[in-house]
Ligand binder design. Structure first.
Ligand SMILES: [Zn+2]
Length: 164
């Protein structure tokens, strides 16, 4: 962001609230650069976990949990269910929030991990997925995108193993 979205003045680096931020010298606008919330949902199916193959960058062709950016005014659970439906064709019911975390390294998102169960529908890749499948632990693909997704998938199977 280079210029003020309110008055078009060029933004300046100004210390505000203990950090140097891009802010407008002519009006009150501050580019806070807050993280954007995204959801990632674990949907157990047929003894495995539903993953989608990414159709777009980043990590095109890699697999990951279904999810994406929240829309304005959406409840996060609604957002999670919408993304799962768009990418996998599955209608889900949210079981619970597993955790909220940030990847760091300048990736400015807040990831909400949900556990859900399939309610209706059949798996069918759609929207920004080129393929969708349920993988058992021993079948997991090598190329899973995003460190935090890999960790969550690993933790899920560890927990499943303990419950058995
Ligand atoms: Zn301004």
């Amino acid at each position: 962001m280079k210029s003020c979205p309110l008055c078009a003045t060029k933004l300046k680096a100004i210390p505000i609230g203990g950090k140097v931020r891009q802010a407008c010298p002519s009006c009150e606008f501050v580019h806070w650069d807050n993280p954007k919330p995204v959801t990632a949902t674990l949907v157990p199916l047929n003894g495995g976990l539903v993953l989608v193959k990414r159709k777009f960058e980043p990590f095109i062709g890699n697999w990951c949990l279904p999810g994406g950016f929240m829309e304005a005014s959406e409840h996060p659970e609604q957002s999670a269910a919408r993304e799962v439906f768009e990418e996998t064709g599955l209608e889900i019911e949210i079981n619970r929030l597993l955790g909220a975390t940030t990847p760091g390294r300048g990736i400015n998102v807040l990831i909400l991990f949900y556990l859900a169960r399939q309610a209706r529908g059949e798996m069918k890749a759609g929207d920004d997925a080129s393929d969708v499948a349920a993988f058992r632990k021993e079948e997991l693909p090598e190329n899973i995108a995003f460190e935090l997704h890999r960790k969550m998938i690993h933790d899920f199977f560890e927990l499943m193993h303990k419950i058995k």
